[in-house]
Write a protein that binds this ligand. Structure first.
Ligand code: ADP
Ligand code: MG
Ligand code: ZN
Length: 722
């Protein structure tokens, strides 16, 4: 519907609806009660915010978490929309004021917790209010099968009857088990036909499992490769949180911590610092994150295995709500399973409950051990046995297999025989020290320096040896006894290795690198600073002003005027009016200091006003531009060729043409500095001969594409229009 699209563009600045959104909104528009089942980050809020803005009256949003309400209300204020929340966090006087304003129909949105429906004065006010729609956010809370059943969600239904007026009802959830869906449908009178289910894959999330790594080292190298990115590190215990927090703090990172052992005040402060981008890294137990809608979380690292897939997916799912590529890394070490088992044993569950938890933990461990696509594993798990296509996502650690496979059979044999010689009485660290030939006094004390394996792996660092021992444990080539200081023991598989029946290869995984920046990183940083300063002045979270995605758009296209600014994704009329000028000025200042930077025009999104005209023109866009746009959307040359049904060489020359027309190409996709130098110097030496001679004079792995790209970039080669 046109009016909804206009709202989407004018208020939220998004060019089009995400899957399912338009359908849900149309249903509401036609007065049909509707259930939306969409993954976290799928865009459920817009499903009620857009119709709420389109309709007269007040939309009542029922939400289980106080912090979430505040977040959403902040977001709406950021768009210049009247909204408020009524809950126990505000004084009685303030509550009454808001109720009075509500009866005057002064709000377009009111957020309340389910318990509010137990209050007489609220019900009374509700009866006087002109209600546009009622939305049950996190609607699984209404079902006892859901993981956070809230009885008060249920008691709302009879009250709604009493209020009358028959407002349209919508329910939104990311939980898709059949029991929960059925419950919601029955309780809220939603016809199965009016249930919109979009599937669960989060296409912008990449999952990684890292086994046998030194965890703190890994985190450090991850952070080095992802400077300036915001992320959460989840640990299993308070002690772990403290440990990782101290470690990062000491290294100079802007880090916060959050766990149940801290005071309410400390936790609140940590959360605020994180939401306002004052700290970039949050180290926390699972206690953190409920109701945090921070959209620019770029990575989630699990320091230890979580208790089950449900918690894992919920925690990992906090990455990338803005739709930008984000990483979810799980650092797996088998010892951590004991921690989880211990937590289950310590819990107050009955025998049956404990068994269920053990089974769930098992599935979690299988996730860490599977060789196939992690994304498929997750989808299969949550579809509860119903057949999900077994596909490869192409972006998880199992699909990518980036790194190298090394044969470590000999090292493994040395490790195992060392364990044997130490009479299977010591743990990982002592074993590593012996293999390293450490001068540690304890080794002398225990008489271990005389062993034939003493110092046999001296060429490795102690850390590298520990890594390999952990790997052997993860692959069950070596057993680690349970307990606080697990003792290493040999098993049948160890024997197979010692006798040479079995080889051992180890895959050494690369740390995932940051996405290649096709925007100006320096300007992005400048804009981020501006956003932070403004957000502090306005007392709104930074991402409410503009998301990271939108800042990147600015740093990519460097708009100079209102019209160009409105073309960016995430900028609507409203946001332009509220914040546009400040950002335009910052961009202009930056441009003045960097006059040589050539920015492409934002062509993938037409501003709302020009949309219609442009749509007709759409097909007249030159072919090279269409290819270029696909590249900008992250497609590879091969994919573009497939999509457009053209040859790769054609696409290639399209992109070169685009570059000649002044569109920015990310040349790193084609060659690196060294290759560029080599091609240029060979070109010089050969004195401007044909491509073929140049190719022959260069090493074999210099493809025609590489060579051409270098020549085009350096304006030594013209591409004909086609
Ligand atoms: P959910 O409640 O389903 O977990 P949200 O409603 O919080 O997800 O939305 C997640 C993010 O997606 C938000 O940053 C939101 O602005 C963004 N978003 C929603 N709809 C669209 C859209 N049509 N185009 C682009 N971004 C969108
Ligand atoms: Mg939501
Ligand atoms: Zn995969």
């Amino acid at each position: 519907m046109e009016k909804h699209l206009n709202i989407l563009q004018n208020y939220f600045g998004y060019p089009s609806f995400r899957p399912g959104q338009a359908e849900v909104i149309d249903n509401i528009d036609q007065g049909k009660n509707t259930l939306a089942v969409m993954p976290t980050g799928g865009g459920k809020s817009l499903c009620y915010q857009v119709p709420g803005l389109a309709m007269n009256g007040t939309a009542i949003i029922i939400s289980p978490l106080i912090s979430l309400m505040k977040d959403q209300v902040d977001g709406l204020h950021g768009l210049g929309v009247t909204a408020t929340y009524i809950n126990s966090s505000i004084s009685a006087a303030e509550q009454h004021q808001r109720l009075r304003d509500m009866q005057q129909n002064r709000y377009q949105f009111i957020y309340v917790a389910p318990e509010r429906f137990e209050s007489g004065s609220f019900i009374h006010a509700l009866k006087q209010t002109n209600i546009s729609l009622i939305a049950f956010d996190e609607a699984h809370c209404i079902s006892q099968w859901g993981h956070d059943f809230r009885p008060s969600y249920r008691s709302i239904v009879p009250i709604l009857k009493e209020i009358g007026g028959d407002p349209v009802i919508m329910a939104l959830t990311a939980t898709a088990t059949p029991e929960v869906i059925e419950d919601i449908q029955t309780l809220l009178h939603i016809a199965p036909a009016n249930t919109v289910h979009t599937g669960f894959e989060r296409k912008n999330l990449s999952f990684f499992i890292e086994k046998g790594v030194n965890k703190t080292d890994y985190i450090l190298s991850y952070l080095k490769k992802h400077q300036g990115e915001v992320g959460i590190i989840y640990a299993a215990t308070r002690k772990q949180v403290e440990y990782v927090y101290d470690f990062l703090k000491e290294k100079g990172y802007a880090v916060s911590k959050y766990h149940g052992g801290l005071s309410e005040q400390e936790r609140q402060a940590a959360q605020t610092a994180f939401i306002f981008d004052q700290s970039e890294i949050m180290v926390a137990t699972t206690a953190f994150g409920m109701g945090i809608d921070k959209s620019n979380v770029r990575f989630i690292i699990h320091y230890a295995i979580p208790m089950n897939m449900e918690s894992y997916y919920q925690e990992a799912g906090r990455a990338g709500r803005d739709g930008e590529p984000s990483n979810c890394v799980l650092l797996f070490s088998p010892q951590d399973i004991h921690t989880q088992k211990f937590l289950i044993e310590k819990s107050e569950l009955d025998e049956e409950g404990m068994q269920r938890e053990y089974q769930k933990l098992n599935k979690m461990v299988n996730y860490c051990r599977t060789q196939s696509c992690l994304n498929s594993y997750i989808l299969n798990y949550f579809q509860f046995g119903s057949v999900a296509p077994s596909v490869s996502c192409g972006r998880c650690s199992n699909c990518l297999k980036q790194g190298e496979i090394v044969d470590i059979t000999e090292e493994a044999q040395m490790i195992l025989s060392c364990v044997k010689r130490m009479r299977e009485r010591f743990g990982v660290v002592m074993t590593a020290k012996v293999l390293k030939g450490s001068k540690d006094k304890k080794l002398i004390q225990f008489g271990l320096t005389g062993l034939t394996t003493y110092g046999i792996l001296a060429k490795y660092t102690e850390k590298e040896i520990i890594e390999r021992i952990h790997f052997l444990i993860a692959e069950q080539y070596l057993s680690a006894e349970e307990g606080q200081f697990p003792v290493l023991q040999l098993n049948q598989k160890s024997m197979d290795i010692l006798t040479g029946k079995q080889n051992v290869t180890m895959f050494i995984q690369d740390v995932p690198t940051a996405e290649k920046a096709d925007y100006n990183a320096d300007l992005f940083e400048t804009l981020r600073q501006l956003r932070r300063t403004m957000s502090e002045q306005l007392e709104l979270p930074p991402y409410v002003l503009f998301s990271d995605m939108t800042l990147k758009e600015m740093a990519r296209y460097l708009p100079t005027n209102k019209e160009d600014f409105l073309r960016l994704k995430g900028v609507g009329q409203k946001k332009y009016e509220l914040y546009g000028e400040a950002f335009l000025k910052a961009i202009a200042d930056w441009k003045e200091k960097n006059p040589d930077f050539k920015a492409p025009t934002a062509i993938h999104f037409q501003s709302p006003k020009t949309r219609h005209v442009k749509e007709e023109e759409e097909d007249n866009r030159p072919s090279y531009q269409k290819s270029y746009e696909l590249l900008q959307r992250g497609k590879s040359i091969r994919e573009i060729a497939a999509i457009r049904d053209l040859k790769e060489t054609t696409i290639e020359s399209h992109l070169f043409q685009a570059s000649q027309k002044g569109f920015n190409l990310n040349w790193e996709l084609f060659f690196n500095n060294q290759e560029e130098e080599e091609i240029l110097s060979t070109h010089e030496a050969l004195d401007a001969t044909g491509l073929k001679e140049l190719k022959e004079a260069l090493p074999e792995d210099f493809t025609y594409r590489k060579i051409k790209a270098v020549l085009v970039k350096n304006e030594k080669f013209g591409v004909k229009e086609g």
